[in-house]
Design a protein around this ligand. Structure first.
Ligand SMILES: [Zn+2]
Length: 171
């Protein structure tokens, strides 16, 4: 691709002022309507660590990815039946995750998404064996830290996860 074209692409996350955000929080990162349907795709920034402080380790991030993949789907299937979790993916900076959901247009305000994420935590703490962490099912099955991931979830459950309605933006 030409350099000129690359320059014109504005990424939403690059306009967020990372020096003025404090974890844990949930923020609507983007929302796209699905053409020809009553649905939209919503992506939330689920931030566990304040940027450029103590990051999650790669192993804890990886184990949390496996835990959230199961716990969030279980919570949504049980209590948020009009919503469908499409993906929970770790941020490369190891401060959080992106949660992507398919929802009826207008049905998923940030407040509801935040409550759903909070409601998922007790279920995540109930998981006694890390899901999918076998040679056959994981690309780095030895690179996990299940115990510390569990501690992270327990710590998160003891904190207030705030819905970040007005994210600080770079001008
Ligand atoms: Zn894996």
């Amino acid at each position: 691709m030409e350099a000129k074209k690359l320059k014109t692409i504005q990424l939403e996350s690059f306009s967020l002022d990372h020096t003025r955000i404090k974890a844990p929080y949930l923020r609507l990162s983007k929302r796209v309507e699905v053409p020809g349907s009553e649905y939209e795709i919503s992506t939330f920034d689920f931030r566990l660590r304040t940027p450029n402080t103590e990051l999650l380790t790669p192993k804890v991030t990886h184990s949390l990815e496996h835990l959230f993949a199961v716990a969030l789907r279980a919570e949504f299937e049980a209590h948020q039946q009009d919503l469908k979790v499409l993906d929970v993916s770790p941020m490369g900076c190891r401060t959080g995750f992106y949660l992507t959901v398919l929802n009826p247009v207008g049905a998923l305000p940030l407040s509801r998404a935040t409550e759903a994420v909070k409601a998922m935590l007790p279920g995540a703490m109930e998981i006694k064996e890390l899901p999918g962490a076998r040679l056959e099912t994981c690309g780095a099955y030895k690179e996990h830290d299940f115990e510390r991931a569990r501690e992270e979830i327990s710590h998160l459950a003891s904190q207030e996860i705030l819905p970040l309605e007005k994210p600080p933006l770079l001008v």
